[in-house]
Design a protein around this ligand. Structure first.
Ligand SMILES: [Zn+2]
Length: 242
């Protein structure tokens, strides 16, 4: 089977350390490169930074009202850049975006020169492009799959099938650590878990009690991608992206 141009990313979304560790160990065990978008600081996040051969780290700013990262764009960006000073990539939480936001990033935080907040589900053609504002630009790279989008789709299917077309451009797949651990195939188990536990303080043991074992789910799909992907596949290593 031909290897595929697959890129794996993870939005940490305030997952607890044991949940992050589970995903980190899974990726390291299979020697798979991945890009983590971080939301906060913790001992498990510090461990991710130590594996620079395997992991690329970007930021996952939450610009929505009530954000724990800060009360405006500058506060949120500076909070995350203190945790990850050499970040070059971002994906916004909930894919929040606007022209004004990109203008602020381009003007004030030029170190962030790539954005992966553009979601084009199952897109065949996935070229990156330069968004120019005031003669400066940020490179925008679309991603084509996300676990929670699949979970809420009409007929969720966690398998590499005809929906995916690898002929034009690398394809970016996005995961959330909690849905890997739960092997989520829908929202039911996650909502049950949230009724009785705080996901930010969750132990692995507590989470595994809610794990889906009945149907193919998020971790199964991640493992299928791992088996089919090329080794060299950081976002920064993508050809034609500058
Ligand atoms: Zn998020």
């Amino acid at each position: 089977m031909l290897s595929k141009r697959i890129i794996i990313t993870l939005d940490i979304d305030w997952a607890s350390d044991e949940i992050i560790d589970y995903c980190k160990e899974l990726l390291l065990k299979h020697r798979v490169k991945a890009t983590w978008f971080i939301t906060h600081d913790s001992p498990a996040i510090k461990e991710i930074f130590k594996h620079r051969q395997s992991f690329e780290v970007g930021i996952h700013p939450n610009f929505l009202p009530g954000s724990t990262q800060g009360s405006n764009t500058q506060e949120v960006m500076e909070h995350l850049l203190r945790i990850c000073p050499d970040a070059k990539i971002m994906r916004t939480h909930s894919l929040y975006q606007s022209s004004l936001l990109f203008l602020t990033i381009i003007e004030k935080y030029p170190q962030i020169d790539k954005d992966v907040s553009l979601f084009l589900p199952y897109a065949k053609y996935t070229e990156s492009y330069r968004l120019f504002l005031n003669q400066k630009y940020i490179t925008r790279i679309p991603f084509i799959w996300e676990d929670d989008f699949e979970m809420t789709s009409k007929e969720p299917k966690f398998a590499l099938d005809h929906r995916f077309d690898f002929r034009q451009g690398a394809k970016i797949f996005n995961f959330h650590p909690i849905h890997i651990v739960l092997n989520s195939c829908g929202y039911e188990n996650y909502l049950k878990l949230k009724n009785s536990h705080d996901p930010k303080k969750l132990s692995l043991k507590q989470a595994l009690r809610f794990r889906n074992k009945a149907l193919p789910g998020t971790e199964d799909f991640l493992r299928e991608l791992i088996a089919r992907k090329e080794k060299k596949s950081f976002i920064q290593e993508l050809e034609g992206v500058s």
